[in-house]
Write a new protein. Structure first.
Length: 246
């Protein structure tokens, strides 16, 4: 059974080494925002390294925009034994080690006869072996550059990165609180609208009832007037009959 590719690609954070799934926006351990690696430069890293400001340096295998892969590869092949490719990307300690090893090998070649006379050439054999092991670092660098795993320092403002990360977290929390408050306000508005509607209904009912009462009162007045008129007519009839009898 094949898993989803997104969950298969596990990478390690270049700052703290914590594993993360490719596609994540930031490291859950140190808060590094990975999108900032896209704009980080090797030029700024070299300036900071020369000033001794190594707290703001991260080594990445993905070459930054200001480092040429072809140039780095050619320097490592033709001048790598002197550490030129390391100086090119700002790895001065490694470059200094390779350069010192190259100079020492040249000294062994120049003074080969004199050194070989010491302990019947045993010293020359030991020194040559040490230089050979150090020279393997040059060959290893060529292999790492070809496979695109050679580490290159880039400069990132760590403090600013952390502040931005925590600002983002704070803004997310504020949005959640705002949504919750808006939900409560909506509920209060609904309740207020219900109360207003009930008041309006009760007012309308009162108005209708008052109109009904008025209409009923008018009807009663009309009936009473009619009854009074009938009684007056009856009295007039009685009076007229009495007058006729007389």
């Amino acid at each position: 059974m094949k898993l989803n590719r997104d969950y298969n690609k596990i990478k390690s954070c270049p700052r703290c080494g914590m594993n993360y799934i490719e596609g994540s926006e930031s490291c859950s351990e140190c808060g590094l925002i990975f999108s900032r690696l896209e704009v980080a430069t090797n030029k700024d890293a070299k300036k900071k390294i020369l000033r001794g400001d190594r707290d703001f340096i991260i080594k990445v295998s993905k070459l930054p925009s200001d480092v040429s892969f072809i140039k780095l590869l050619l320097l490592s092949i033709f001048l790598g034994e002197m550490g030129v490719h390391c100086f090119y990307v700002g790895r001065y300690y490694r470059g200094g080690l390779l350069l010192g090893n190259f100079i020492f090998m040249m000294m062994l070649v120049i003074f080969n006869r004199q050194i070989s006379e010491v302990n019947d050439g045993a010293l020359l054999g030991v020194l040559s072996t040490i230089c050979g092991f150090i020279l393997l670092a040059w060959l290893w660098d060529i292999f790492m550059i070809i496979t695109k795993k050679f580490k290159v320092p880039v400069a990132i403002d760590i403090e600013g990165d952390r502040e931005e990360y925590f600002r983002q977290v704070e803004s997310d929390l504020n949005e959640i609180k705002k949504d919750a408050e808006e939900g409560e306000l909506n509920t209060e508005n609904i309740n207020e609208n219900k109360d207003e509607n009930l008041e309006r209904v009760s007012q309308n009912e009162g108005t209708i009832q008052a109109e009904i009462n008025i209409e009923e009162g008018v009807t009663l007045d009309n009936h009473s007037k009619k009854d009074n008129a009938k009684e007056v007519e009856k009295k007039d009839e009685k009076l007229s009959k009495t007058g006729e009898d007389k």
